[in-house]
Design a protein around this ligand. Structure first.
Ligand code: SF4
Length: 350
């Protein structure tokens, strides 16, 4: 029996890097029979990655709570009563101790997150010192600090920052339901400053916030049609925290979450697709389906900002059961921006 797929689901060359995806194509992918979608995503995954390897990152909240923004999912927004106490920026030495522990536990990348609308210029030298010291341990460095100006992005790059995380969160036409204190263009501007500074981007979103399937497709469309695909694409599943406006939102069907992962893999074939927040509540079987659908990065260990995360032992046991292994840390000469490599290859061939 032939697989019923709409023409729109079959037009693209599997695994090709594109920035001209259309909403109708992504919706057609969402409509594919589940095994067919997984097969396509797994095939593209193998074109670009060893499917037995999973990149492991650790995220440390270096400044928790007290954020003036109003992201409807976030327990760190000071306007919601979630029991998260505002803390000051950690000392460099305290961050370094956590980074050493993360490395010992197998992490190759260490991400430092601060609950800021944007860093103040006086904060940049303190964060830069953390970045330099963590990098000296042999870890890739990532930071998520809110909106950045161009000079701030340049300063972080000069300190040795490899990745900057800044999510689009959701589709443009659902964004106004979730955040009111900054707009979509602010996010795109920060991502532009990060790219212009020469850093790699980590950019994804959150699903299960009450958005429609078309809006999930809209999020992936916005990500896949960025000027360069994000090097890492975290796909978060909403962690419902009491006190936030999204507490009580209807749960997303787990198979719909796997479909979202698969379509992220198909539309951004060279990016690391990351299981991020929400993984703690996923069964081993659901995580295995996500790996089969092309997810190849996780956060583990330390608390994922202020929500829980499976402990290291559970991850190690799951990797052993599935025959997966942590991806080795990439040396600077070996880390490449997917789109830049592809573009260079095209230019040489032209
Ligand atoms: S997601 Fe970030 S910017 Fe939004 S409220 Fe939370 S800490 Fe602030």
């Amino acid at each position: 029996m032939s697989v019923s797929a709409t023409p729109a689901a079959t037009v693209s060359v599997p695994g090709a890097l594109r920035h001209d995806w259309q909403q109708v194509e992504l919706l057609a992918l969402f409509e594919l029979p589940f095994p067919e979608l997984l097969h396509r995503a797994a095939s593209v995954h193998r074109q670009h990655f060893d499917p037995a390897e999973v990149q492991v990152s650790t995220l440390l909240s270096v400044k928790t709570g007290g954020c003036p923004e109003d992201c409807a999912y976030c327990p760190q927004a000071q306007r919601y009563h979630t029991g998260v106490d505002a803390q000051k920026l950690m000392s460099t030495e305290a961050v370094l101790e956590k980074a050493r522990q993360a490395k010992a536990a197998g992490a190759s990348r260490f991400c430092m997150g601060a609950a800021w609308r944007s860093p103040k210029d006086r904060d940049i030298p303190k964060v830069a010192a953390m970045i330099r010291e963590v990098k000296a341990l042999g870890l890739e460095t990532c930071a998520t600090l809110g909106m950045l100006s161009a000079p701030q992005a340049d300063a972080l790059k000069s300190a040795g920052l490899d990745y900057y995380n800044h999510n689009l969160d959701t589709a443009p036409d659902y964004y106004g339901e979730i955040i009111h204190t900054r707009d979509y263009q602010d996010r795109l501007d920060t991502l532009g400053h990060v790219r212009d500074a020469g850093m790699k981007t980590c950019c994804g979103g959150i699903v299960g916030m009450g958005e429609s399937r078309a809006q999930r497709a809209g999020l992936l469309l916005a990500l896949a049609n960025l000027p360069a695909h994000p090097d890492s694409v975290p796909i978060n599943r909403l962690v419902q925290v009491e006190g936030t406006p999204l507490h009580g939102t209807a749960e997303l069907d787990p198979f719909e979450f796997v479909r979202t992962i698969a379509i992220a893999r198909l539309t951004m074939p060279r990016s690391m697709v990351r299981l991020s927040a929400g993984r703690e509540s996923m069964s081993d079987e659901l995580q295995a389906l996500c790996f089969a659908a092309g997810a190849n990065s996780i956060f583990h260990g330390e608390k994922l900002l202020t929500t829980g995360n499976p402990d290291v032992e559970r991850d190690q046991a799951l990797f052993a059961r599935l025959g997966l292994r942590p991806m080795a840390v990439q040396v600077e000469s070996g880390t490449v921006h997917a789109d830049i490599v592809e573009t260079a290859a095209c230019e040489r061939a032209a």
